[in-house]
Design a protein around this ligand. Sequence first.
Ligand code: 5MM
Length: 346
Amino acid sequence: MSRYAEELRTTAKAMVARGKGILAMDESNGTCNKRFDKLGIPTTEEYRQIYRSLILQTPELSNYISGPILYDETIRQTTPDGVPLLKIITDAGMIPGIKVDTGAKDLAGCPNEKVTEGLDGLRDRIAEYYSMGARFAKWRAVITIGNGIPSRGCIKANAHGLARYAALCQEGGLVPIVEPEVLIDGDHTLERCWNVTDETLHEVFNQLYTQNVAFDQMVLKPSMVISGKDCPQQASVEEVAKATISCLLKNVPATVAGIAFLSGGQSKEQSSAHLNAMNQMFGDQCPWPVTFSYARAIQQPALDYWAGDSSRISGAQTRLLKRAQCNGAASLGEYSSEMEKTLATV
Ligand code: 5MM
C-alpha cells in the first residue's frame, strides 16, 4: 500500500466532486502549436503563456472545475505579470495535475498502431512534480479502430504501460488518471466501438490489478462508446449513453474513484448531451461519479474567439466558463439544450 494512500483517496474524490470535472489543458507544444497555427496565433512560448493564463484566470472556473491537467512547460510558467500559474490554481481552490507521458509512438511489430511512452525516469519526474505541488497525473494511450486493428499486441502493450505508470504515480503520491482512448476516427459502428472498448477496458483493469494499483486511488478517463465519425449510421444520444454505461458497468470495478470522460473530437454540444444522458438515464445504477475531463469540448470556443487578440481575453473567458458550466450541469444530469441559449455569451 502506498504511504500516500489516504491522501490519494481524498484527492481522487475531490477530482470528481459533485458537479465538477477536470479541465484537460495538457496539449504538448506540438499539439498546441497546431491549434494556434490554424487560427494564425504565433506559435511561441509567450502566446502559450498568455493562453494558459487566460484559461486559469477565468473567474469562477473552480465552481465547475476541480483541477486542470497541465503540460511540463505550463506547470513551470507564470502569468505575463509574473504570478506562478500553480499559485493561481491553488488560490482558486483547484488541484494541479500534470501530463507525464511522453506521447504515442509507432508500435514495432504492429503496423499503424501506437504505444504510449514515458516510463523511463518517470519515478524521478513524479517526485519532482509532487514537490512542486502537483497532486494528480495523466497518461493517455490511443487505440485505433481500422482494418484488422486494434491488435492484441497493441491493446496489451498500452494497458501494461498504463498500469506501470499508475503504480508509479501512487507510489509517489499522485493520483493517476488512466486514459485509454479508443479513437473516434473511422467508419466503424457503435457495436464495433463497444467491442473494442470492452476488450481494451478488460485488459487495462487486468493489468492494473496485476500491478497492484489501488482502484479507489485512481480516476478512469475513457472515451465514450460512439459511432465512428465517418460511419453513415450515427447512434443517437440515448444509444451512446446506454452503450457507454453498459460497457463501463461490465469492466470497471465499483471501487474506482470516478469516471471522467474525454471528448475525443465530439462537438461541444454532443459532449455535454452524452454526459448528461448518462447521468440522467443511468446515474442511479453507477457506483462511481460520472463526469468530464474534456480539452477541446471546453476550450475550443474560447480559443476560437481569443485567436491571440489581447482585447478578447474576457470574452474568451466567458465562453470557457459557459462550457465548464454546461458540463458541470451534465455531470449532474441537469443539462439541457436550453442552457446553450440562456447562458451568457454566444
Ligand atoms: C489536451 O490534449 C491531450 C493530448 O495532448 P497531446 O496529444 O499533445 O499529448 C489529450 O490527452 C486530452 O487530455 C484528451 O484526449 C482529452 O482531450 P479531448 O479534446 O479529447 O477532450
